[in-house]
Design a protein around this ligand. Sequence first.
Ligand SMILES: Nc1ncnc2c1ncn2[C@@H]1O[C@H](COP(=O)(O)OP(=O)(O)OP(=O)(O)O)[C@@H](O)[C@H]1O
Length: 548
Amino acid sequence: MCAAEVDQHVAQRYQLKRRLGKGAYGVVWKAVDRRTGEVVAIKKIFDAFKDQTDAQRTYREIMFLQEFGDHPNIIRLLDVVRAENDRDIYLVFESMDTDLNAVLRKGELLKDIHKRYIFCQLLRATKFIHSGNVIHRDQKPSNVLLDASCQVKLCDFGLARSLSRLPEGPEGPALTEYVATRWYRAPEVLLCAPWYTPGVDMWSLGCILGEMLRGRPLFPGSSTLHQLELILASVSLPPEEDFPALGSGYSASFLHRLGAGPRQTLDTLLPADTPPEALDLLGRLLVFSPDKRISAAQALQHPYVQRFHCPARECTLEADVRLPVHEGLRLSASEYRSRLYQMILERRGKGPRQRQEGPGGAPPGGGPRTSGPREHPLKARVVPQPSSGPPAQNPGARPQSSPAHDLAHGTPGGARNIPRQNSRPLLQPAPPEGPRKRGRPPGAAAESPWVKPHVRGSAPSLTLQAAAQVANQALIRRERNRDRGVREPGAQRETRPEPRPGRRMFPVRASHGAQDAARASLGDYSQAYGTVCLSALGRLPLAPGPRA
Ligand SMILES: Nc1ncnc2c1ncn2[C@@H]1O[C@H](COP(=O)(O)OP(=O)(O)OP(=O)(O)O)[C@@H](O)[C@H]1O
């Protein structure tokens, strides 16, 4: 159907079914792996290495996904495939049915219990990421993937950032400015704070919760200023002493001016039947001062999500997650690409590996394990929180219940999850070779998780390493030559038509993957991005409500 939109070698391996969604950077298709029959989602990132910024984004997305993708609420990256033109790249994920933005746009499909369950899972994912000292920075409904049983998987780690080993500012590691979706941007980001904290994610989560409760975005600002105005119309100005935490020199006078406008409380934005505990949690998330916002770990203990709170499922990492390329360092676009290619080659050299399932494995049908902590290659660094007891002693926890059961108030089973037995953890760290220690010894420098696979697992063969080197050097040379306008004799590029993904793949300009258009308007976030088809929604076993 849309096979022409992907490279031949990708179409040969995967049968494309339909388009699932699109974002500013790529288009996502549902596809079937012809070898295994596994249903997957393929994201084609256009011009993934166009410049330093894009290349870094691509690099980060892949690297962080590898690290976090074993968490049940974070999307699993199954494979990374080079494109023939060396400009695009394909990421193969487990497939989900829809995203929260699409669900919310369809009207009141979500009942109170669904919202609580979704939010609890988002908190679990966020707690996990934050425990590795990483912030996602782009949490928004279209990055919250859902399946028919309301399982949540957070996706899109292109803006994720490690806070580890960055030079400290007064309130946290110093970071450069970034562009995230405005409606979910924290005040300190809007105010151009030069440093920020995991609080930026907690603000975004507050906006997501508010949107679920309200049925439409809480603060749909049309410009940065308008965004701040909307926020300050219903969120109290911080006390003077908190202004420095907001970072920018001009924020004090600016805030005073903006904050002088008409005031309303958050509850006036929400339906009258909003549960009081939802309102309470919202008020703790949408706090202007970043350091006064509730953390993900604290929020998981809030009464709003109490029904789903289960310490055994709320894993954390013991060590900071750091990419091999220091966050303060900017490589050239082709270097980022070379590093990714090198990694792909190395991983391929190790051959397909079955997903490591611990004792008890995935339940029939492929649903996530419902009892005890998950076993996976990151086990050594994943620490499930001590359970407060078996279900009988901990009525708040529901470790044995299926999501469908939870959501349907007693309708048993029915959870339809992605089968995992065929997942090929191509890019995951090597499985443990024996008992491993948890965390790092006191005083020892944190080991980069990215080094671990190479140290622990079977090292790539010398032949593979040499092949990778040669391939990468050729690529860099070609890149340099192209920049200098030099023609390489016999270069393939001369014989192939210059790929023009935008035009060739999307004849109707308005429906382009919007590599350029959408990027240009990234600040004017459009909720149209990241919607999925109606039929997926029809499969959601949700309460009856108006459907479009
Ligand atoms: N694994 C998946 N299964 C189903 N749908 C998916 C999957 N991954 C992504 N999608 C759909 O594709 C959309 C875009 O994906 P993604 O956010 O990764 O792309 P992006 O180009 O990085 O987007 P953004 O504009 O947010 O930067 C998602 O909102 C979702 O609707």
